[in-house]
Write a protein that binds this ligand. Structure first.
Ligand code: GRG
Length: 288
């Protein structure tokens, strides 16, 4: 099975679960349920959900009860994208090839759709009955995690020079923390030993950072048609990116080095890490 096929299978499972969980569009207030469904089913890769499932499966976890957890993680991710696109953040008009939430429903409903997804995500993770998963997720997206990274990102906008350490600080929080949490939640759900969890975290920190570096590169080198969003947005917003700090070709080298280190660190595990390795490789060659 190719990694693309693996991702497609997990996407179908997660989307089907979310479709049965999320309220229908006809439920009042209809606009919020339409807005939620519009963004959730707009075509994401479900990469974070797939990482969670892959970690769970690698450590022999239950293959069904991980699905609500993985689905909840995707709701957090969707909430972050809706808010990230807002005029007060990156002010983007296009996401996953469609007009952004605030363009369709207005800023107020887009903010509320993001807030609602944040709450719904925790309901789904709580279905595991394991409050360790809730804690991992809450810490990952809080002020020392995703929100902290986003704050540093917003504050760095418009700076003409950016140090590599500062971009690494931003990327390892705004993007890598949720990716790391996705993996750790899968490993914990499966009952993995603490030393194995530490290995999975290290792998997650690496692939999470590389994922955002590749995102920076795609914002320069890809196209609106392939990426499903306007390119050049980082430059327009004078954002802190790896290419801005160290140039495009060094950014590619760094991303490749980090991915190789992440794959290497899986070597100490005695379980089958084939899918995790393939997902790490996917990070470096993804085109959207
Ligand atoms: C305003 C309260 C408030 C919170 C904002 C916006 C935000 C919190 C955090 C932003 C974090 C963020 C959007 C990081 C970008 C991560 C990233 C690389 C997104 C693209 O991920 P993909 O490629 O997207 O997995 P798909 O569409 O495939 O799901």
């Amino acid at each position: 099975m190719t990694v693309e096929e693996y991702l497609a299978i997990q996407k179908r499972r997660v989307d089907s679960y979310l479709d049965s969980y999320l309220l229908p569009e006809e439920v009042k207030p209809t606009i919020i349920h339409r807005a939620i469904r519009y963004s959730v089913f707009s075509g994401g890769k479900r990469f974070r959900a797939s990482l969670c499932i892959a970690a769970n499966d690698a450590f022999g976890g239950d293959k069904e009860s991980i699905i609500p957890v993985a689905s909840g993680i995707e709701l957090i991710h969707t909430y972050s994208l809706i808010h990230d696109d807002l005029p007060c953040m990156d002010n983007d008009d296009l996401r996953r090839g469609k007009p952004t939430s605030h363009k369709v429903f207005g800023d107020n409903i887009a903010v509320l759709a993001g807030d609602a997804l944040n709450a719904l995500a925790f309901e789904l993770v709580a279905r595991s009955g394991d409050c360790r998963l809730i804690t991992i997720l809450a810490r990952a997206i809080g002020t020392e995690g995703m929100i902290g990274g986003q704050v540093a990102d917003v504050e760095s906008n418009g700076q003409s020079d950016i140090a590599l350490d500062d971009v690494e600080y931003i990327h390892s929080r705004k993007t890598a923390r949720l990716i790391t949490a996705s993996l750790e939640m899968g490993a914990v759900h499966a009952g993995a030993d603490p030393e194995y969890r530490a290995v999975i975290r290290k792998y997650g920190v690496g692939i999470g950072l590389a994922f955002q570096i590749v995102d920076d590169i795609l914002d320069i080198e890809s196209s609106k048609e392939v990426l499903g969003k306007d390119i050049g947005s980082d430059e327009d917003n004078d954002k802190a990116t790896y290419p801005k700090a160290v140039g495009l070709s060094r950014s590619k080298e760094i991303a490749r080095e980090i991915i190789e280190e992440s794959i290497d660190c899986l070597g100490v595990l005695t379980v089958d890490t084939g899918i995790l390795r393939a997902l790490a490789e996917f990070v470096i060659r993804r085109v959207y």
